[in-house]
Write a protein that binds this ligand. Structure first.
Ligand code: HDE
Length: 716
């Protein structure tokens, strides 16, 4: 038996960290798909690879194409253990999806401390410049199911598991620094309101429906978050181009036991960027996996996404001076008030080997915290400290989910917890309790263990919110007034769109009444966009402050980076395209850290004017311009003429222009441009590239041509 199992190498291990499942090791599965095949008696394909295929019990299987039956045309036999095992396993392949944040994409990487934070925290991974710890980071949408599209208008989850030498620290944040509600007891209501309506099962992954806005209209505290959710933050261009925020106030505690309040901020090094709403809608149809594919492809091709981690550090005394409560998660601390302190960087450099084992089974929990970091009394955070462990039990089905490789700490782990469903470790010895004298000096409490910062807790048990939480509108006003004109226009348009989908007029009116408290002009613009009269303001617990000083740091556009790094430029070619245009564009674009994606009428590519073949990265029908940050139209005259009869080509141009992108074009593209209704020199973003791509690239680096917007869609 021993010698036999040697001849079946795949049976020796249940789990291979790299290289896929035992049945399909990477080394022996040729990329070109050319395994030796033979045809079976019934015409089915059998393959030979030299690696034995087995059941889960390790029993070699001779035929995985035909179930066992009584006669070739007879009934299937219950005896067929290969069939029964396979089908049973398949029947149980799914686990309950996350109730929120079900749709997610993740990657491995590392966090590196760049500035010692020892002054503020004893957390070991933050002591020394240069310390690196592995991380696993999952991004997600909130409302949709696990199979929903990547680009609904939604908050994005940004959860990082740091595997430190003091255990796992999970920073489970969002891409928006505030939240909808102030108390965990309202979370089930909030989520029920945004999810599919329970009688009809729609809409999936959309906030534009009555139940969501009904709830919002009755929850003035959500107004600040609504401003963010209606802004372009909620339709990011890429998961690589979003900020991350811990949202709540946390605490850092140093070796001397001194505590400092902290807010966590992640910033992508290639800058934040968003799409426009019409583009989001089209991407959702053209590629529902747009963000997942983008993250995967970037990492797969070595363009590793990177974020810098910053702390906003402030004392309890500072906190008392602010005119909002730092325990209220619907408030942010403007950077002008407390600047950011750089801490380190996170690089995501490895895709998961298996989506289910890692991305699906990863279990984040804000209560996973290491010595030197501590909680605050934020009532939303306090509720979260309960929820995540609880949800993992039902989602992963066992209290032993911490043993799954993606969840297990990468430092030693010892205690006397035992047994339970699916225990995979095999504890040794007769002792499963502590204190004891029989285990010969096993694991015991340590002075280096986690100590909760001794914060004062006192008061009468009440179901009551602090008055310091009552100003629901001033920061909403701060956010709106800190946006540039195009950004404000987008917030108005998003509100008009979302409320336009609301069927119950009274709900719309109540939301408009909340908006009056934020900014009467904003509310009027939304009302006009809907074509309804502006109602009076809803009564506010605390009047909105009249004068707020805008915080430019809250605007995406004022902080955008002029760069093409990590972006994709699409070039539309046809037979007869000038190779020089393609070559020069490719070189210049790649020098900027972007990729050039060749779009051709057919998947096989084109024949250039010099007779050489150019391979396509994608066929036109499946590669609309919404996939790209900027486009170049480089057809031959004949090619352009043919494309004027091709809807996908006309849409390619019209959409690129309509989505405010920089459009490069050669002279021979004239017929196509004209058909799409785009003038060759319409604005600074429509650029001739016959003499070189430099001007095109210069404009494309600036991002979208927002000044074009009033030409292409209604500004309410
Ligand atoms: Fe979560 N949240 N949440 N949340 N949350 C979950 O835990 C919950 C909140 C966030 O990629 C669940 O494992 C409550 C704020 C992210 O796997 C659940 C409250 C923020 C993820 C849960 C909040 C978040 C979750 C569902 C109000 C930003 C995805 C599945 C008190 C700071 C993590 C799971 C991943 C997931 C509960 C509010 C971020 C049900 C009760 C605020 C990024 O436990």
């Amino acid at each position: 038996m021993a010698s036999k199992s040697k001849s079946l190498p795949s049976q020796s291990k249940n789990v291979e960290p790299k290289g896929g499942s035992p049945g399909a090791p990477k080394s022996s599965s040729p990329k070109n798909g050319s395994l030796k095949t033979s045809i079976g008696k019934g015409g089915e394909t059998h393959q030979t690879s030299g690696v034995a295929f087995t059941t889960n019990q390790g029993i070699p299987v001779s035929d995985d194409q035909n179930s066992l039956r009584g006669g070739t045309r007879g009934p299937t036999l219950l005896e067929d253990f290969v069939l029964r095992e396979k089908i049973t396993h398949f029947d149980h392949e799914r686990i309950p999806e996350r109730i929120v944040h079900a749709r997610g994409s993740a990657a491995h990487g590392y966090f590196e401390t760049e500035v010692s934070m020892s002054k503020y925290t004893s957390a070991s991974f933050l002591q020394k410049k240069g310390t690196r710890v592995p991380v696993f980071t999952r991004f997600s949408t909130v409302a949709g199911g696990s199979g929903s599209v990547d680009l609904p208008r939604d908050v994005r989850g940004f959860a990082v598991k740091f595997y430190t030498d003091q255990g796992n620290f999970d920073l489970v944040g969002n891409n928006i620094p505030v939240f909808f509600i102030q108390d965990a007891i309202k979370f089930p209501d909030l989520i029920h309101s945004v999810k599919m309506e329970p009688d009809r099962g729609f809409p999936q992954a959309a906030s534009a429906h009555d139940t969501f806005w009904d709830f919002i209209s009755l929850m003035p505290e959500s107004t600040h978050m609504i401003m963010w959710a209606m802004s372009d933050r909620a339709i990011p261009r890429s998961l690589r181009m979003i900020d991350g925020f811990g949202v709540h106030t946390f605490r850092l505690v140093n070796d001397e036991g001194v505590s400092t309040f902290v807010k966590f901020h992640w910033r992508p090094t290639i800058g934040c960027q968003s799409v426009v709403w019409d583009e989001a809608v089209k991407i959702s149809g053209a590629d529902p996996d747009f963000h997942r594919r983008d993250l995967w492809t970037a990492i797969d091709t070595g363009a590793y996404p990177e974020w810098e981690l910053f702390f906003q550090l402030f004392s309890e005394e500072d906190a008392k001076k602010f005119d909002f409560d730092v325990l209220d998660p619907t408030k942010l601390i403007p950077e002008e008030l407390v600047p950011l302190t750089k801490v380190g960087r996170m690089v995501l450099d490895r895709n998961p080997d298996n989506f289910f084992a890692e991305t699906e089974q990863v279990a984040y929990c804000p209560a996973n915290i290491v010595p030197g970091i501590d909680f605050s009394d934020d009532p939303l955070l306090q509720g979260r400290l309960f929820s995540y462990l609880d949800t993992q039990l039902s989602r992963l089905g066992s209290s032993n989910f911490h043993e799954l490789p993606i969840n297990a700490p990468k430092c030693p782990m010892h205690n006397f917890q035992r047994d339970g469903h699916m225990r995979t470790t095999v504890p040794k010895g007769r002792v499963a309790y502590e204190p004891n004298t029989l285990d010969g000096g096993g694991a015991r409490e340590t002075p280096k263990g986690y100590v909760t910062h001794p914060r004062a807790v006192s008061g009468v048990a009440v179901r009551e919110r602090s008055k310091s939480f009552s100003d629901h509108f001033t920061q909403a006003k701060l956010f709106f007034s800190s946006q540039t004109e195009p950004e404000q226009n987008h917030i108005v348009a998003a509100l008009v769109f979302e409320l336009g989908k609301v069927e119950t007029p009274a709900i719309r009116d109540r939301v408009l009444g909340q908006l009056v408290n934020v900014d009467a002009k904003l509310a009027k613009r939304v009302a006009d966009g809907l074509g309804v009269p502006l109602p009076a303001a809803v009564p506010a617990a605390v009047p909105t402050k009249k004068n707020v000083t805008p915080s430019p740091k809250l605007s995406l556009l004022q902080n955008a980076k002029a760069t093409l790094q990590g972006r994709v430029v699409g070039i539309l070619v046809t037979d007869g395209t000038d190779p020089a245009v393609v070559d020069r564009t490719k070189k210049t674009v790649e020098k900027e850290g972007a990729k050039l994606f060749v779009v051709a009428p057919k998947a096989s590519g084109v024949k250039l004017s010099n007779g050489k073949a150019l391979a396509a990265d994608g066929a036109l029908a499946g590669s609309p311009s919404v996939f790209f940050d900027a486009v170049v139209l480089a057809p031959s005259t004949e090619g352009a003429k043919a494309l004027t009869k091709e809807g996908a080509a006309i849409d390619f141009v019209r959409d690129a222009f309509g989505h405010l992108k920089v459009v490069g074009h050669v002279k021979s593209a004239a017929a196509l441009l004209a058909k799409a209704g785009v003038e060759a020199n319409a604005d600074r973003g429509v650029v001739a590239v016959d003499d070189g791509p430099e001007k095109f690239v210069g404009e494309a680096k600036k991002g979208r041509v927002f000044e074009r917007e009033p030409e292409v869609r209604t500004v309410y």
